[in-house]
Structures are given as C-alpha cells and as structure tokens.
Design a protein around this ligand. Structure first.
Ligand SMILES: [Zn+2]
Length: 411
C-alpha cells in the first residue's frame, strides 16, 4: 500500500484480504462496509463484489475529494473503470468538524496515529457533520453500464474499506480535504503546535477502537533466511567492507528471527506458573517475614529441595526434580551416544539407567536428562537426590559437577 502525498489525488495498491479475513477490522472500516451493504439492494452485486475483491480483480485505487476510482477486471479479463462517489462536506461543515477536532488534544493525536476517534465522529454527527457515509450516500458509476452498484463498484468499495482501516485520513480526503492542508488548518487553529508524533490517545477512544478479535500472528519462517549478497561488479566505496556488512546483516536477521520466535511462541519458562511452581519461585526469593515463610512451606512438601532446583534453573530445573520420564527410542539413542562420546572407553564410569536418570554405580552421583537434551547433575545427600548444579549439554560436564559437589562436601 503506498502512502499519499497529502495533496489532491492519492493512489494506493490495496492487497485483497487473506482467506478468512474480513475486509475491515476497524469500527470505521466496518461502518463503511455496513453503509455499502445496507445501501445496495441487490445482494447478487454484493456477492459479486466480494468475489472480485478477494480474487485480486481491483487495480490501484485512486482517491480524491468526492471520489474513489479503480480499474476492475472481470474473470474474462475485461477491464471496467469503476467509481464510487461520496458527497464532500461543505465549507461550513469542515469548519465545524475542525473546531471539534482541536477541542481535545487526543483527537488530533489519534488521527496522526491513524485512528479515528469515535467521540469525534459522534460529536461531529451531533453538529450535523457525517463522516461515514449514510444510507444510500455511496453512489456508483461504472462503464459496464449498470444503473446502480455493480460487482465492480462494490468490489472497489470493499477495498476502500481496507484503505480506511489503514488510514482514516482517506475518509477525510473523500469528504473533500487532503491530509496536509487539513493538518495545516488544524495547526492554525491550535495555540499549541499540532504534534507530528502521537502523544497519546484518550483511553476511552483507544479502548473503543480495539478490534474485537486480534489478527492471527504471522507464520514464523523456519530460519532467518540468507542475507542479500553484496558481491557486485562495482568496487565498494573506500572504507566499506562488503563481507563485514553481509556478516552484520546475517547476525541482525538471526536476532530478529529469534525475537520474533520468542514473541510468538513463549518458552515454557515464560508460561504461566502452576501454584506449586509459584510457591517455589516466591520461596527462592527468601522472604524475611516468618508468616510468609510459614504459608509457603505449607504450599509444598519438599520446599528446600525445590528451592535449590529453582536457583539452578527455574521451571526447567524444577521439572527435572519432579518428573521422571522415559525418553523415546531416538532420544535414548542420542543420550547414549552423548554419554559414549563424553569419555574414553576405559575412563567411562559405569552408569545404570532408569527412565531419564543415569546413576553412577557405587557412587551417589546422578545425571538427569531433560526434554531439551540437557543434563543436570544430582547428588544423593541425606537420603535425597539433590540438585548439584546447572545444566550442561555434555553429560561428562554434568557428571563432573555432581562428583565435585561431593568433594566440596554437602551444603
Ligand atoms: Zn460495473
């Protein structure tokens, strides 16, 4: 979608909505769609318009005061010029609207943030200025010869709704005033300068504009992808090292991918804690109040052990303490391979496996495998298997930690 220049006519490439997605998600975009659907008596034209709009039949949409225009192609390729007409506001109506807009600082800020403040629209309607089209106000003109709305003009209207979603200034342009002169006029009417960046929106307006359902998150690509190659025939300017730029681009893409993955798929550590986990988390913070401590002790029987685990690695460490699980065939094979690779055959300690726990024969040391393939050291103390350190990908490292903690003595 292209931006507009703020003057006169603006042209936009508008993408058809994704499958299953509505044409409009904002309240004002939906208001536009409702005006269309309530005003067009022939349901067949509405359905034809939706089909054309979803099928990508509508070309670039030009918007200027009083009119939106696009070329719409039939399935057989025949092109039609479709126009949708909306009455412009009179000079007196603009005057009233702008007076209302500067009354509350939040209105202009919201507009600049591409949000249409609902109270502004209500106040304007009360003052006799309707921004959204009323019943029958959206007129149509098409060179297919239809006397009223046809599939071409309704298709155009659906895409205009998408435009309005993105930028309510498009509605103001249709009503007669381009963005730039409009902002200049607002500026002239306010003592304070019109902010060029939004400074905040009235909470009620912000709440009213929250869509009923949030769009689904985008699909995460498998990886960050390859950065563009900077290997060109032209020599780089002095001081520019293409290989260094490629490296930086690749690192940046990797980091962006990681951030996106973390944002879309919360890791178990971020997931909501169970009551028992939360008790451990709070106890690990060492509350000084004896009453609080007493309440926490009631919350979990082996709190001391659990707190030790928590300090080694939060929820992941806690599940290693609590859960005994049986690795599947592949995981077991990988675990055995890791164990065998970790020591020379003659140095390898004798380990006895049960579920995900490998215990050293004749020594109270144990390593536990977690579901992410990491090994956690454990040591038997006072008759209990006790966490003895953080996780390691290498089983030998984890076992060394378990053995070392014996040398340091129980604690
Ligand atoms: Zn037509």
């Amino acid at each position: 979608m292209s931006g507009h220049d703020g003057y006169g006519e603006s042209t936009y490439e508008v993408a058809a909505p994704a499958r299953g997605q509505a044409f409009a998600r904002t309240w004002w975009g939906r208001g536009w769609v409702a005006a269309l659907e309530d005003g067009v008596l022939d349901g067949a034209q509405i359905r034809a318009g939706r089909r054309l709009a979803r099928g990508g039949a509508v070309g670039a949409v030009s918007v200027r005061p009083g009119r939106a225009t696009a070329v719409v192609r039939d399935r057989d390729g025949t092109a039609h010029r479709a126009d949708v007409l909306l009455p412009e506001l009179s000079a007196a109506q603009w005057d009233r609207l702008l007076a209302l807009a500067v009354e509350r600082a939040g209105y202009v800020a919201a507009l600049l943030d591409r949000e249409m403040p609902p109270h502004l629209v209500e106040d304007a309607a009360t003052a006799g200025v309707d921004l959204l089209p009323g019943l029958g106000e959206l007129e149509a003109s098409c060179d297919c010869g239809a006397w009223d709305h046809c599939g071409h003009t309704t298709a155009l209207c659906y895409l205009v709704a998408r435009l309005l979603d993105e930028d309510p200034f498009v509605l103001l342009l249709l009503r007669g005033r381009p963005e730039r002169p409009l902002l200049d006029d607002l500026q002239a009417r306010t003592a304070a300068p019109v902010p060029t960046r939004p400074e905040g929106v009235d909470a009620a307006d912000a709440y009213a504009s929250v869509p009923a359902s949030l769009p689904a998150p985008p699909d995460l690509p498998d990886g960050p992808g390859a950065p563009p190659s900077l290997d060109a025939e032209t020599a780089p300017p002095e001081g520019v090292v293409p290989a260094a730029l490629e490296f930086l681009a690749a690192q940046t893409a990797r980091e962006a991918h990681r951030l996106l993955r973390d944002a879309l798929y919360r890791t178990p550590q971020d997931a909501e804690l169970t009551l028992s986990q939360d008790v451990v988390r709070l106890a690990a913070a060492d509350p000084s109040d004896p009453g609080v401590r007493a309440r926490l002790v009631e919350g979990r029987a082996d709190l001391g052990l659990a707190v030790r685990a928590w300090r080694e690695g939060g929820v992941a460490a806690l599940s290693v303490l609590d859960e005994e699980w049986t690795p599947d065939g592949d995981t077991s094979a990988r675990a055995r391979a890791a164990l065998e690779a970790a020591w020379d055959a003659d140095e390898r300690p004798a380990l006895r496996a049960r579920a995900n726990r490998w215990t050293v024969v004749g020594d109270p040391a144990q390593i536990r495998l977690d579901r992410d393939g990491r090994w956690w050291p454990y040591r038997r103390q006072n008759g209990r298997w006790t966490p003895a350190g953080g996780p390691a990908l290498d089983p030998a490292t984890a076992l060394a930690a378990a053995v070392r903690s014996e040398e340091e003595g129980p604690g």
